[in-house]
Ligand binder design. Sequence first.
Ligand code: SAM
Length: 286
Amino acid sequence: MPDLSNISNTLDVLKKYDFSFQKKYGQNFLIDSNILDSIIEGADITGEDCVLEIGPGIGTMTQKLCAKARFVIAVEIDKKLIPILNDTLSEYDNKLILNEDILKTDIKDLCERYNAGKPVKIVANLPYYITTPIIMRLFEEHLPIESITVMVQKEVADRMKVGPGTKDYGALSLAVQYYSDPEIVTVVSRNCFIPKPNVDSAVIKLSVFSDNPIKVADEAFMFTLIKAAFNQRRKTLANSLSNAGIAGVTRESVADALDKMELSQTVRGEVLTLEQFARLSDLIKR
Ligand code: SAM
């Protein structure tokens, strides 16, 4: 099978199968071999690794992953792509192609079956319409994952990296930085895809902590507070939290916690660091 990271080979495959792109699935296929190489290199794939690829498309990146990894699990929602993947990946026997929605896939079970429960590496050119739900699910369910190396919109990659006091700082930044160490691998022009998206992209690598450096007594409660704080980011933290209807959170408990942290009662959530959200969560919970 010819290398698909090349526009004419990709067009040949699409034509052979009379494939038409589905906007609802966020289908923008990569056609640049340098970018593909930098994703694979950034993901640091070795012959020992089991890789989970989300949304393989026609298998452009999957071919390269199969050539490097011990085993590749490719989860694709679009059933029209499955016969294409069976064709483009026919020469590899170290792969499993699943026609499923990644938001419903039992990833833990796959890790147990294909990697003896050890952490897998996730690699993907993500469908942009569900980037955040995918990333949040991978983290919140505490799945066995070593790293997540993904293509996302440039603006989303920036949001994952930024700290307090910037307009892009929010619940996604805090979740990514609580669970992992984010690093931008490369910025990618919109010309590297067909069809061409309206925005530029970036490849980001999230190295997942095996032991989170920030300690908090109740992680889920902290993220409930964080989401409430950024749902109404123009309001003071005290107002957003006490109006959110979270069990156990009262105006008094928030005021008391802010006092103990020596923060103003009019502070906004967007200036708090992750450490401060963890402390706030522990103080309110107590
Ligand atoms: N990996 C291919 C590439 O780089 O050329 C395709 C990337 S394209 C941006 C996103 C892929 O994710 C598409 O193949 C799309 O059908 C698939 N997809 C969209 N939603 C999905 C979901 N919920 N679960 C699994 N795959 C999904």
